[in-house]
Design a protein around this ligand. Structure first.
Ligand SMILES: *Cc1c(COP(=O)(O)O)cnc(C)c1O
Length: 372
């Protein structure tokens, strides 16, 4: 037995039983020249936040951060028009989602979500000893409301705009879900800035709705790990207990406060740019005979047969997009993050070459204008 095998055997013996099937997250994100796989802000970091980052005093780092990021909660509250006691922060919205599942789910309780959706959701459920049920979305990429409610979940997760499809769930559907669902409704709005609509107002009407958001996408701060959620005070307090103190670093909190208070014009400008380029990218895919789904996010998802092989062929040309094999009602698909147009042009050139290589019939049909 090698040292590694011994280590494995020792670990297995002491590991929590429910962790046996928990994978380490692997989005297959090997370094590549142009990475369009993770929907981060390809225009960079907001300028004032970047200055704060560079000028941070060593004393900020030697001391512990604030317990529950009160300054950031205050800044977010003013921006969102809620009170600071309606906010909870975390080390990325991943941390907030994980904490929320732990806060509201007793071991064995059910978490339900539409399929496809954010890949981490079943993993967070497993990590907390909860039972996960995925309910396929309808053929028109909307939530199957009856089937979701029929699973009688303790925690119901809805992502809007949805990752990976980009589809937006109307506020009326969310309100109907909130009215009928007896557990906690988590609405993940990681991409809400790009949709121009938000469900934050629902937290005033319902005491079991938690709207989870992030500064990793529109705000360009993924590496600092800053997420938050909005809900009624009694609800967010439970998430905060589960999350624990000192989760946000001092550095992250300072940069985030500055971004919210002083960089909103930059954020809005780049959101508008991403939205316009998203439509330009969708048009470019349609011109090539592909059918992108309507997106409210900073990415475009399109059915592309042999998506893994096409993705690999693109990667061989220095460009990465994310393949999603065999999605319900969609089949194989690729998800393209939106960035500055020169990057998207490079991506489309790699896509064309990959399609010509992997799907020669499809490429020929596109060039004659006949959709395959
Ligand atoms: C990117 C993403 C997140 C994670 O964001 P972090 O704040 O970086 O943890 C959460 N939900 C969805 C749907 C995402 O796409």
């Amino acid at each position: 037995m090698s040292a590694l095998d011994l280590d494995r055997a020792a670990r297995l013996a002491v590991a929590r039983a429910v962790y046996a099937d928990v994978p380490l997250y692997d989005p297959k994100r090997a370094p590549v020249d142009l990475d369009l796989t993770d929907n981060t802000n390809l225009w960079g970091v907001p300028p004032t936040a970047e200055r704060v980052l560079r000028e941070i005093a060593p004393s900020v780092i030697t001391r512990y951060p604030s317990l529950y990021a009160a300054d950031l909660k205050q800044a977010l509250a003013e921006w969102l028009g809620v009170s600071a006691d309606m906010l909870v922060t975390g080390a990325g919205s991943d941390d907030v989602l994980d904490s929320a599942m732990r806060a509201f789910g007793d071991p064995g309780d059910r978490v339900a979500a539409s399929v496809p959706t954010f890949a981490m959701v079943p993993i967070f459920a497993q990590m907390n000893g909860l039972a996960y049920t995925g309910v396929p979305e309808t053929a028109d990429h909307t939530l199957d409301v009856e089937a979701l409610l029929a699973t009688a979940p303790k925690v119901l997760y809805v992502c809007t705009p949805n990752n990976p499809t980009g589809c937006v769930t109307p506020l009326a559907t969310l309100r109907a879900l909130a009215m009928r669902h007896t557990g906690v409704l988590i609405i993940d709005e990681a991409y809400a800035e790009f949709a121009g609509v938000s469900a934050v107002q629902l937290v005033r009407e319902f005491d079991r709705v938690l709207v989870v958001r992030t500064m990793s996408k529109a705000f360009g701060l993924a590496g600092l790990r800053i997420g938050y959620a909005v809900g009624q005070p009694a609800l967010v307090t439970e998430v905060e207990k589960s999350r624990g103190p000192y989760k946000l670093t001092s550095l992250a909190e300072r940069v985030a406060v500055t971004a919210v208070r002083e960089d909103m014009a930059w954020v809005q400008e780049h959101v508008a740019l991403a939205v316009s380029l998203r439509e330009q990218l969708a048009d470019s895919l349609r011109t090539r005979g592909f059918a992108p789904l309507p997106s409210g996010a900073n990415f475009v998802c399109a059915a592309v047969p042999e998506c893994v092989a096409v993705g690999q062929a693109m990667r061989a040309r220095g460009v990465a997009v994310r393949p999603f094999p065999a999605l319900p009602h969609i089949g194989d698909a690729l998800r393209f993050s939106v960035g500055p147009w020169p990057l998207l042009e490079r991506c489309l050139a790699a896509f064309d070459a990959a399609v010509a290589e992997v799907l020669p019939d499809r490429a020929a049909a596109a060039s004659t204008g006949v959709s395959a």
